[in-house]
Design a protein around this ligand. Sequence first.
Ligand code: TMP
Ligand code: ASP
Length: 237
Amino acid sequence: MKQGKLLYAGKAKSVFESEIPGRLIMEYRNDTSAFDGKKLAQLDDKGMVNNKFNAFIMAQLQSAGVPTHFDRLLSETESLVRALDMLPVECVVRNRAAGSLVRKLGIAEGTELQPPVFEFFYKSDALGDPMINDSHIVTFGWATAEQIAQMKALTLQVNDILIELFHAGGLILVDYKLEFGTSDGVLMLGDEFSPDGCRLWDAKTLEKMDKDRFRQDLGNVIEAYREVGHRIGVKFD
Ligand code: TMP
Ligand code: ASP
């Protein structure tokens, strides 16, 4: 399908108008960013790998009853998605301590978190995606109380589904970030789910197999993304 007008270019994906009303083309680029855009690189095949990885996960979530914006794969690096009005918040769930939780609260990396921790972040590179709470979201009109409740419930439903999926592939789902939007007032999962926005560790060795390989200069970033995909049944070629 031909790309229409460019509507939005993020750090790793671009969104274009499509030929179908209410549907957009999401293009996954090889651009890789960390630390709110302070660390940038091009990684060969990342666009293709994340596009197919995301398509697989979205299909799993959809069939488990989670409403998502995903429609279908269009090409190696493009997917067709429903146009959403995105809410400017990020929903993070943590099953193990890592990343900013370790830095801010001094919890040892790898500590099991039961029940899982849920956090909201405000989507703003300029402000460094600060952590926020329900009260900020309602007062500043970023989402309604009802939408907050729905985002929490859906993010935790996704946790149940994906913990199992990755466990079957010998992987621990450490944490992940989701973004939601609305279409005709209906809340659904938008953006993407790929190793760019989650942490996955090998269940036996605890080896990092996600974007921390890029953040921490561990090497073999896309090789690890492919390996994770293979273990859960994603077909890349
Ligand atoms: P954090 O430990 O840096 O707070 O991130 C928690 C998880 O959420 C981790 O898997 C990375 C993901 N995440 C993003 O992908 N983008 C973001 O802007 C944020 C805040 C988190
Ligand atoms: N994706 C965000 C960025 O590029 C956060 C991160 O992954 O570190 O800055």
